[in-house]
Design a protein around this ligand. Structure first.
Ligand code: ADP
Ligand code: MG
Length: 453
C-alpha cells in the first residue's frame, strides 16, 4: 500500500461517484439487449473461444428460458486523472468497467482505516484537503450479496463464493464472509474453488442448485473471468449448469458479457450512448470516455489500425480480457499490429487513447519494502499515479430494476511511468482518498506534498 492517502480533485471524484448508477444501468441495458450483445461480440467470438463459450451459454439459457428472473452484478468502474499538457485542466477518464470478480472491497475499506490511523498518529495535516470521504466499498459488496440472498427468499439456503484453486485473494474474499456474518448471521457461505465444483454441483427437481444437498441462493463469482480459469475438463459445462439453475448469479452470464471492453468502444459517444441513456446521462458518460477505435476490417477499424501503425505513442491496445497483463502499450503497438495485419485476430482488440495522469508524491510500499531502513526515504518520495474505482451493485428482473446502489471506492497507486497497474501482480499499492480543492482549473497536482508534523 501507499504510506499516505492520495489526493484527488473533489469535483472529479463526485463526477465519477454520481456516474456509477448510470453505468450500472447501462450494463443492465447491454446485458438484456441480447441482439445487441450477440451482434457486438459476435465478431470477437469468431477468433476468441472464451467469448464464444460465454455467448453460447447465454444463447442456451435464453432458448431454454431463464429459471431465475433476478440477475445481479457487483461492478466497478475505474478511472484515472487526465491532463493533456501541464496547462490543461484536469479531467477524469474511464479506464474500464468490471462486471465480474470485482475485488478489493475489503482491502480498500481497510486501507482507508490504516491511513486515518497513520495521519492521526503522526499528526500529519494537509491544509488544502477539503474532505476525506468514508470508504464504504465493503458495504456496497455486502449490500449486493444480501439483497440477492433476500430476493431468493429461502432462509436456509447458502451463498456459494466461487474462487481460485490457490487463492491469493483469500483475505479479501474471506473478509466479505466475515462482514456478512456480522451483519446477517443467517446468511451462510460455502467458499469453493471453481474446479472443485465439477461433478459436485447438481440441479434439483425445480432447477435448484445443490451443493452436497445445500441449496444455493446466490453464486458469487470471484473467478471465471479469464480463459485460463476454464482449463479443466467440464469447466464450461459447469458454468452452464450454474447458469441454468434457479440460483441468482452475480454476475449472470449476460452481465458478465456486458463488461467486455468492446462495449466501451462501441458506446463511445453521446449518439451511441443515447441508445440506452437519456441525453444528459449520455453526455456525462461521454465526457469521461477516452477516444477508442476498433482495429477490425470495418472502415472505422481500418482508420484505427492506420492510426496505431503510424504513431502509437499515445495509445493502448487491449484485447477482451480481464485481470491485468494483457494490454500492449505505446511503442510496442506498431510492431504488434504489423504482425496481425492480415489476421482475423484484429476483431478482438480495441485501441484506446493513453490517459496521462499527473504525478503525485507519496511513498509506495511494495513487498519486502522496509522504509525504516532508508533514512532518506521520506525526503525522496516516489512519484505515483493513481487509479480510482467506484463500486456499484445492481439487481433486476424482467420487469425492471430492483436495486441500484453505489458506494465506496478503490484507489490503486503505481509508480509514474509503469504501464500495468495490478496490486496482486506487485505494480501498484492500495491507497485511500483525500479530496482536495479543485476550484482552480489547471493547478499543479504535484504540489500536494505531505509534511510530517
Ligand atoms: P484489466 O481488465 O486487465 O484490468 P485495464 O483496462 O484495467 O485492464 O488495464 C490495466 C491497467 O493498464 C490499468 O489498471 C491502467 O493502469 C493501465 N491502463 C489501461 N488503460 C489505460 C489507458 N487508456 N491509459 C493509460 N493507462 C491505462
Ligand atoms: Mg483494470
Amino acid at each position: 500500500m501507499t504510506l499516505f492517502p492520495s489526493p484527488f480533485p473533489t469535483r472529479l471524484y463526485y463526477e465519477c461517484l454520481e456516474l456509477q448508477p448510470i453505468i450500472s444501468r447501462l450494463m443492465l441495458k447491454i446485458a438484456t439487449d441480447h441482439a445487441f450483445l450477440h451482434e457486438t461480440l459476435g465478431t470477437v467470438a469468431r477468433v476468441d473461444d472464451y467469448t464464444r463459450n460465454l455467448l453460447n451459454i447465454d444463447s442456451t439459457v435464453q432458448k431454454e428460458g431463464q429459471s431465475q428472473e433476478f440477475i445481479s452484478c457487483i461492478n466497478r468502474s475505474d478511472y484515472m486523472l487526465h491532463q493533456s499538457d501541464s496547462t490543461a485542466p484536469l479531467q477524469v477518464r474511464q479506464v474500464e468497467m468490471n462486471a465480474i470478480a470485482c475485488g478489493m472491497g475489503v482491502h480498500s475499506s481497510n486501507a482507508k482505516l490504516m491511513h486515518d490511523y497513520i495521519m492521526s498518529k503522526y499528526h500529519i495535516s494537509e491544509p488544502k484537503v477539503v474532505s476525506s470521504p468514508e470508504n464504504s466499498s465493503l458495504r456496497c459488496v455486502l449490500g449486493g450479496i444480501i439483497d440477492a440472498f433476500d430476493l431468493y427468499g429461502k432462509n436456509d439456503a447458502f451463498v456459494l463464493m466461487v474462487i481460485e484453486d490457490r487463492s491469493i485473494n483469500f483475505a479479501d474474499q474471506f473478509g466479505i464472509e466475515l462482514a456478512v456474518g456480522k451483519a446477517r448471521p443467517d446468511v451462510r457461505f460455502a467458499r469453493r474453488s471453481f474446479s472443485s465444483l465439477s461433478g459436485v454441483l447438481r440441479l434439483g427437481p425445480n432447477k435448484e442448485l445443490l451443493l452436497e444437498n445445500k441449496e444455493i441462493a446466490l453464486v458469487y463469482f470471484r473467478y471465471g473471468y479469464d480463459p485460463s480459469n476454464y482449463n479443466f475438463t467440464g469447466a464450461w459445462d459447469l458454468r452452464l449448469l450454474i447458469e441454468r439453475s434457479r440460483a441468482i448469479k452475480c454476475p449472470s452470464i449476460n452481465f458478465h458479457l456486458s463488461g467486455a471492453k468492446k462495449f466501451q468502444q462501441v458506446l463511445n459517444n453521446c449518439e451511441q450512448l443515447e441508445r440506452y441513456l437519456s441525453a444528459d446521462e449520455a453526455k456525462r458518460l461521454a465526457r469521461v470516455s477516452c477516444k477508442i477505435w476498433p482495429i477490425d476490417n470495418s472502415p472505422e477499424g481500418e482508420e484505427g489500425f492506420q492510426i496505431g501503425i503510424k504513431d502509437s505513442r499515445n495509445l493502448v491496445l487491449k484485447p477482451q480480457r480481464e485481470g491485468g497483463g494483457h494490454n500492449i502499450f505505446s511503442e510496442d503497438i506498431g510492431p504488434f499490429l504489423a504482425k496481425i495485419a492480415k489476421s482475423d485476430e484484429r476483431t478482438q482488440y480495441i485501441l484506446m487513447e493513453y490517459i496521462r495522469s499527473p504525478k503525485e508524491k507519496n511513498c509506495l510500499l511494495l513487498y519486502e519494502d522496509d522504509p525504516t531502513k532508508d533514512p532518506e526515504r521520506l525526503n525522496n518520495l516516489d512519484e505515483l499515479v493513481s487509479e480510482l474505482g467506484i463500486y456499484g451493485s445492481i439487481i433486476a428482473d424482467g420487469v425492471g430494476i430492483k436495486s441500484n446502489k453505489h458506494d465506496g471506492y478503490l484507489v490503486r497507486s503505481k509508480k509514474f511511468g509503469t504501464n500495468e497497474g495490478g496490486v496482486a501482480s506487485g505494480y501498484a499499492g492500495l491507497s485511500s482518498l483525500i479530496l482536495v480543492d479543485d476550484s482552480l482549473e489547471g493547478y499543479d497536482h504535484s504540489a500536494y506534498y505531505y509534511e510530517s508534523g
